[in-house]
Design a binder for this molecule. Structure first.
Ligand code: SF4
Length: 199
């Protein structure tokens, strides 16, 4: 049994917060255990709660299109959420729920060891870019310990606002260059200069 499959078994029994009472299925995440990129959204919605899979509703279909724009399929990346059970009534997750659930995401990242972590929306952004505003930092990256952290809007937000749609599509197209940079580091190659980094 793979380390991720074992972890999914643990998450399936999690009762660490109130959301356990309301879920139909827990939604741990899915994708390649050796994925180079991990995409992290907010929380499961209705479709995800029914199927136990992340990003399978309209926002998920749009994420698939965005991935296709850089020649990637969802099986080649890893997709997860900040919290693993649907907040009832589609409300925002509470800070206590995010805190309780954080350890699962941390263990997923430890197992996968990605080269790049892409945050989708403000909840996942807040975990990795504390105190930043998504309207200011989307499309920019920060490198820490040879991992690129990259902030993007959530696909669901972009579906409902045309101006964000253009931004998310442009931001997605920057990912191959960012990934090439990290691979360049690993192989000790010269670094591209055209990246927008922030501290
Ligand atoms: S949301 Fe996370 S912490 Fe809360 S019950 Fe589900 S898996 Fe556990």
């Amino acid at each position: 049994m793979s380390a991720l499959t074992e972890l999914y078994g643990e998450i399936a029994h999690c009762q660490l917060c109130e959301l356990a009472k309301y879920r139909t299925k827990v939604v741990p995440g899915e994708g390649a255990e050796d994925a180079g990129i991990v995409f992290i959204g907010e929380a499961p919605g209705w479709h995800e709660d029914q199927q136990g899979r992340p990003f399978v509703g309209p926002a998920g279909l749009y994420l698939d299109e965005l991935l296709a724009s850089i020649n990637l399929k969802r099986e080649q990346v890893y997709i997860a959420n900040v919290i693993k059970c649907r907040p009832h009534g589609n409300r925002d997750p509470l800070p206590t729920e995010i805190h309780s659930c954080r350890k699962w995401l941390e263990r997923q990242i430890e197992i996968i060891c990605p080269k790049m972590i892409v945050t989708l929306g403000r909840y996942s952004m807040a975990m990795f870019f504390s105190g930043k505003s998504i309207s200011k930092i989307h499309g920019t990256a920060q490198k820490r310990d040879n991992v690129i952290y990259y902030a993007m809007y959530h696909p669901a937000a972009a579906l409902h606002q045309q101006s964000l749609r253009r931004a998310i599509e442009e931001d997605m197209l920057k990912i191959p260059l960012l990934l090439a940079e990290v691979e360049g580091i690993a192989e000790d190659k010269p670094q591209p200069q055209q990246l927008t980094m922030f501290e």
